[in-house]
Design a protein around this ligand. Structure first.
Ligand code: 6PG
Length: 247
């Protein structure tokens, strides 16, 4: 099921997603013994991560049964200012009691990034629960959306958009002249739950096209998601102002 939640600001988005995280975590832990989540990168989720680390959610979530993966990563070292791993570690992972052995960084700075992507795919196959058809299944995938409609590192015009088998792939992004590593649509689509977080005035134009303009051809990558489970959009009033979902 698809649901769009319009909330006043990034703070209320963070509270709503933290509660979603807590509920899904409890269900997953009682259902199959662990909660497997892929974190999004960029700037939007930082507030959520900090809220989880500093609110009473830090005590209400069973971090000992939580397994942290990444939706995508830049080809930089783990301590680089642009690293999604560093952002998540500074804002959350170093501040709660999630075992280090249950945090799986995407090594997008590996010399052979495609081989590293294949290894990360194997990690997912070994660690994650599977849906009825045997496909690996995240309990929750967090996603953001760029102002070009990309999500994770699934950028417009890149070959990874057509990837139908691999779970994780390396992708060269011409517009940024850099390599990325990203989950692909097959594993994103198979997640039990997807949460897309979009905030800020700078996203109003692209969000209006993505949510309301069905004539866009080719589709923006974030429109190409075909969630088998639930997908919840959490958008703030600034980003929603040009959409049909404005308050
Ligand atoms: C990344 C992210 C990317 C992000 C969007 C939105 O590595 O950059 O995974 O997909 O979610 O670019 O980024 P902002 O939240 O910074 O707008």
């Amino acid at each position: 099921m698809k649901e769009i939640h319009v909330l006043s600001d990034i703070g209320s988005i963070s509270q709503a997603v933290a509660e979603k995280w807590r509920v899904l975590s409890e269900q997953a832990i009682s259902g199959h013994g662990g909660f497997h989540i892929a974190l999004s990168g960029g700037s939007t989720p930082r507030h959520l991560f900090e809220f989880l680390a500093t609110s009473d959610y830090s005590k209400r979530i069973d971090w000992s049964r939580t397994h942290i993966y990444f939706g995508d990563e830049r080809s930089v070292p783990a301590d680089h200012k642009d690293s999604n791993f560093k952002m998540a570690s500074d804002a959350l992972l170093d501040r709660v009691k999630v075992p280090g052995s249950q945090v799986y960084r995407m090594p997008a700075d590996a010399d052979d990034i495609q081989k590293a992507a294949e290894e990360y795919s194997r990690l997912l196959k070994n660690n994650l629960p599977a849906s009825d058809d045997g496909q690996v299944q995240f309990d929750l995938v967090l996603l953001g959306m760029g102002d070009d409609g990309h999500t994770a590192s699934l950028f417009p015009g890149t070959t990874i958009l057509e990837e139908a088998d691999k779970l994780v792939s390396a992708v060269y992004v011409d517009k940024m002249a850099t390599w990325r590593m990203s989950l692909t649509f097959p594993v994103i689509n198979n997640a039990r739950n997807i949460a897309v977080l979009v905030a800020g005035d700078n996203k109003k134009e692209i969000l209006a096209k993505v949510l309301d303009d069905k004539s866009t051809v080719p589709l923006y990558p974030v429109q190409m998601i075909q969630a088998r489970g639930d997908i919840d959009w959490y958008i703030d009033t600034a980003a929603a102002q040009s959409t049909s979902h404005h308050g």
